[in-house]
Design a protein around this ligand. Structure first.
Ligand code: PRX
Length: 662
């Protein structure tokens, strides 16, 4: 594990700018400053109050059961249905005609507005269809879909019948899909023929077909027709959505499930080659996502006669952000939101700003990597649109550079909308550290402090809190309602990964380094383990190394994340070829890049691959990634005294400068 050094901390320039919350927003804020003290007095009681936001079929008896740490339980004894809470209850409250989703397809004319009443009908139909396909409470369903309304309908239908879903990002390969299906033993896969990306149909079903040749657990594949492309069809397995969902009854009575009933499994990269299946359960997760969405985005959902906020989160439903802040949080809160299928630059580079203008988006949530790419294109493009509706801007996925923050605020937010830099993880399920838009005087680049009801700290190697002005490891010091409950099928790995680093104190170790500034506000510095963050997506170095080594010409591989202006970090690989492969041939680099794309997906494609004769190793054989990172980031190579062969780094550095001259 890398230590957070004073050098990394010194790299953080002193940031003096402050942005006070707009007076109007502060005066009407959903959550005000007193919430911090109120929650701190009795966190369990505080979360009990927040649980009143939901509709429970049976009330809980205990808010937090901490009798068997780290296997915490929330709202024990309580029963509820997540889909009922996200859909039906709004219809019952007279909001059936309110738009839940303004869906915007990538082809410009392709739009659909879906009200809460229509959503209820579609979710009920899909629930009935899944039941007819043999899915029962507790069965797992894999979802591999583009950003179309059916993806959300599918998730809510699974939740409605108590079948945990596992959504696999549509950009992942057949192999990645197969391993996830296999790990959680998904009985049914829901997919589509394809979706639109960068102006053209992009197929999905072929990857499902290929995945099914690698695992035999799937009984049925439910296919939405989106692009109309031709697809291979297996009558024994494949079923069209329009045949079985559109024809099903719109009547469906949701069953109430235990608060701790599994809601979904989301795979994410850890420090080994095997992705981790993060398990989230129903009651606590919904309380946490609903409250934080209400607090951080200050959502005013409106009413039957009064238009409320229009919220837009640009994440894909294949990531946790799509789960917590497109599906469960916002829908539990009765939000009206935009859902966009495509890429930001299709058909032209101002597409997002056009959508904001057209729908009057008031709350916008995206990632630093996107902000940086818009910054590069220049403000002339967004300036063509009227974005005066925007009142709150959110950022998530990686540290936001102060310059990107200020640009975002000024250009997209008209210098009036506060930026909420939200720190959280797949594991935390909900936002943990963030400004409150009506309370916090924001500092560009800082996620500021833990939300009411959440306790975090920055500690040293021994788990002792560091003083203000110092850095260390970011930990969560008390359980929170939407925390992961375990890793699917692997309680030991759950305990080891998150709870054993600071065992004595019982802290959750997040894997990030952070600094407390002189005011005690938190600056997240990024991962301290072998996990990379490319465009806000988590990738494990080991996973990519395994993919490279699975190529017949590769003997050994080392992967590091190097700083990248556009994507935050980029994948840099160093490989040793097998002797019989010779020099690998002219196209070896291209061949290996393609191989990684196929094994994991395009997001994992290395920016750089360097074929080397040796890798820097310690005498005990451990690869010294720190040195490779120095090379990849064009720095002077650090201390090599612990290397078994000190000359290795000279050769690698020379190879690197030769390859960048090409
Ligand atoms: O390193 C942190 C970074 O993203 C990691 C979590 O990745 P994932 O589970 O894929 O979830 C991403 C969306 C919640 C964290 O360990 N990260 C996330 N948000 C921030 C961040 N780093 C700095 N600032 C943030 N706001």
């Amino acid at each position: 594990m890398t230590t957070v050094t004073n050098e990394t901390l010194a790299n953080l320039s002193r940031e003096e700018r402050r942005f006070e919350p707009p007076a109007e927003l502060a005066a009407a804020a959903n959550v005000t400053a007193d919430a911090y003290d109120h929650a701190a007095k009795d966190p369990a009681a505080f979360w009990g109050e927040q649980a009143e936001r939901l509709t429970w079929a049976e009330r809980w008896s205990t808010v937090l059961d901490d009798s068997n740490p780290p296997f915490y339980k929330w709202f024990t004894g309580g029963k509820l249905n997540a889909s009922y809470n996200c859909v039906d209850r709004h219809v019952e409250a007279g909001l059936g005609d309110k738009v839940a989703l303004h869906w915007v397809g990538e082809p410009v004319a392709d739009t659909r507005d879906i009200t809460y009443a229509q959503l209820k009908d579609e979710v009920s139909q899909a629930a009935n269809a899944l039941t007819a396909l043999g899915v029962e409470a507790g069965d797992r369903v894999a979802i591999y879909m583009p950003m179309i309304p059916e993806a959300i309908v599918a998730m809510l239908a699974c939740a409605r019948i108590g079948a945990p879903h596992t959504v696999v990002f549509g950009g992942f390969s057949a192999d990645a899909l197969a391993s996830r299906i296999d790990d959680c033993q998904a009985k049914v896969v829901i997919t589509s023929d394809g979706g639109y990306r960068r102006g053209a149909p992009s197929a999905l079903k072929p990857a499902v077909d290929e995945a099914l040749t690698k695992t035999d657990v799937v009984h049925k594949v439910l296919v939405v027709r989106r692009t109309g492309q031709e697809v291979a069809w297996n009558d024994d397995v494949d079923v069209w959505w329009h045949d079985v969902v559109d024809t099903a009854s719109t009547e469906h009575t949701p069953e109430a499930f235990d608060a701790e009933h599994p809601l979904y499994v989301m795979y994410t990269s850890g420090t080994t080659g095997k992705p981790k299946g993060i398990l989230h359960t129903t009651g606590g997760y919904l309380v946490g996502t609903s409250y934080t969405h209400h607090a951080v985005f200050d959502l005013k959902p409106g009413s039957a006669d009064e238009k409320g906020d229009v919220y837009w989160c640009t994440a894909d439903i294949g990531w946790v952000t799509g789960h917590s802040y497109i599906v469960y949080g916002p829908l539990a809160n009765g939000a009206t939101q935009v859902l966009y299928e495509g890429t930001p630059d299709s058909p032209e580079r101002g597409r997002w700003w056009e959508i904001i203008e057209q729908y009057g988006v008031t709350i916008f949530y995206t990632a630093p990597t996107a902000i940086r790419s818009f910054m590069k294109q220049g403000r002339a493009i967004p300036d063509q649109r009227d974005m005066s509706s925007v009142r709150i801007l959110g950022s998530v996925g990686e540290p936001i550079n102060p310059e990107a923050y200020v640009w975002y605020r000024q250009v997209i937010g008209g210098d009036r909308a506060p930026v909420v830099d939200t720190w959280w993880q797949t594991e935390t399920g909900m936002i943990m550290i963030s400004p409150l838009p009506g309370v916090t005087a924001g500092k560009p680049g800082s996620a500021m402090k833990a939300l009411p009801g959440v306790s975090v700290d920055v500690v040293d190697d021994e788990g002792t809190p560091v003083p203000n002005g110092s850095g260390g490891y970011l930990v969560v010091t008390a359980p929170w309602p939407s925390m992961l409950r375990t890793l699917w099928g692997d309680d030991d790995r759950y305990r080891d990964t998150y709870w054993s680093r600071f065992k004595k104190q019982g802290y959750y170790f997040a894997g990030d380094g952070a600094k407390k500034d002189e005011d005690g506000d938190i600056w997240v510095l990024g991962r301290v383990d072998d996990v990379m963050n490319v465009s806000g997506h988590r990738l494990s170095t080991t996973e990519i190394e395994s993919a490279l080594v699975s190529h017949p010409k590769v003997a050994e591989a080392a992967v590091v994340g190097a700083k990248d202006e556009d994507t935050g970090q980029a994948v840099c690989a160093f490989v040793i070829l097998r002797e019989e492969a010779g020099d690998g041939g002219d196209d070896i680099v291209q061949e290996l890049r393609q191989h990684v794309r196929k094994e994991i997906g395009p997001i994992a494609t290395p920016r750089q691959i360097l074929v080397v004769a040796e890798l820097p190793k310690t005498r005990s054989g451990k690869i010294m990634r720190r040195l490779l990172r120095d090379v990849a980031e064009n720095r002077e190579v650090g201390d090599v005294t612990t290397l078994a062969d000190g000359s290795v780094m000279d050769l690698i550095s020379k190879g690197m400068s030769a390859s960048s001259e090409d």
